[in-house]
Design a binder for this molecule. Structure first.
Ligand code: GUN
Length: 282
């Protein structure tokens, strides 16, 4: 069994981004990322702090617009429009989830698709489905990078994706399909989850349920990718996979923490640099 080390690869990618940023700066371009953070969700605050820290490491200018929980949708929209117009901003990230009174899809659709480094705008979603060049969502993109690093080619593999969210499962399915995998996507209404995971060459899970994938649910030698981030009662961070037992059975596995998590942020840096590079040709 080999561990897919997302922490190490993320450092490598961030170092590469740092070099790219230095080159852009020589041409007078400083990549800029604007983050919009609404409300007091502690997990969102933690994630945004980690994103800011990485921007600093890489040399990306970042600005965080912190807004209260009861902010109006129009006020957020105004901020998005301001960032769309700001020539120093290459990436706009609306941290999710948003409070219930906000129409998330409407706001995501207001972001300039060229600055949509999260890949959530319908234009980028559509391009991803068509297999065109687009910003792809950072977490599934990070999984693809991790597979590439370890020479794991999804082509022809039976891959079972567990979780069908817009942020993770659906884009994961499209990236895998574009890489010629046979994709099976399961969700909360799937009748018999184990019947799907047991046959898969690769199981990718991201639903936020501790211990969901057990050893009896994966075949010998399977590749197991854990996107879940959960806190146990005693404050430990764990994924959705019963790591101890599953790791004994599979060929490759991602740890939590230190697997997919750090890759998400590395991909955000990479997407922001990619967006800034467009300024060179403009
Ligand atoms: N909330 C959880 N994951 C993400 C993500 O990748 N991007 C944004 N914007 N919000 C999130």
């Amino acid at each position: 069994m080999e561990i897919l080390d997302g922490r190490a690869l993320s450092s490598e990618i961030k170092a590469r981004c740092k070099e790219d940023v230095a080159k852009l700066k020589e041409r007078g371009i400083t990549p800029g990322l604007a983050v919009i953070l609404v409300g007091d969700d502690p997990a969102s605050h933690t994630y945004v702090a980690m994103k800011e820290k990485s921007c600093k490491e890489v040399g990306i200018y970042s600005i965080v617009h912190k807004m209260p929980e009861d902010i109006s949708q129009d006020k957020i929209l105004e901020t998005i429009e301001m960032m769309n117009q700001n020539p120093n901003i290459d990436g706009i990230l609306l941290q999710l989830p948003l409070p219930e009174h906000i129409n998330t899809q409407k706001l995501l659709s207001a972001i300039d698709p060229q600055k949509d480094v999260d890949g959530f705008h319908p234009t980028n979603v559509g391009k991803l489905v068509l297999g065109l060049d687009a910003f792809a969502p950072c977490t599934p993109l990070g999984v693809m990078e991790l597979l590439k690093k370890y020479d794991i080619d999804p082509k022809g593999k039976d891959v079972c994706v567990v979780g069908a969210s817009n942020i993770v499962g659906k884009p994961m399915m499209n990236l895998l399909l574009n890489a010629n995998a046979t994709v099976d996507i399961c969700h909360i209404y799937t009748k018999d989850l184990a019947a799907h995971t047991r046959d898969a060459d690769m199981v990718i899970v991201g639903v936020g349920k501790i211990g969901l994938i057990t050893a009896d649910m994966v075949k010998d030698g399977a590749i197991v990718i854990d996107i879940g981030i959960n806190k146990t009662e005693d404050g430990k961070i764990v994924g959705d996979v019963a790591y101890e037992e599953v790791s004994k059975k599979c060929s490759y596995i991602t740890p939590v923490p230190g697997g997919v998590g750090p890759m998400t942020i590395a991909m955000l840096m990479q997407n922001t640099v990619k967006s800034a590079k467009r300024r060179v040709d403009a």
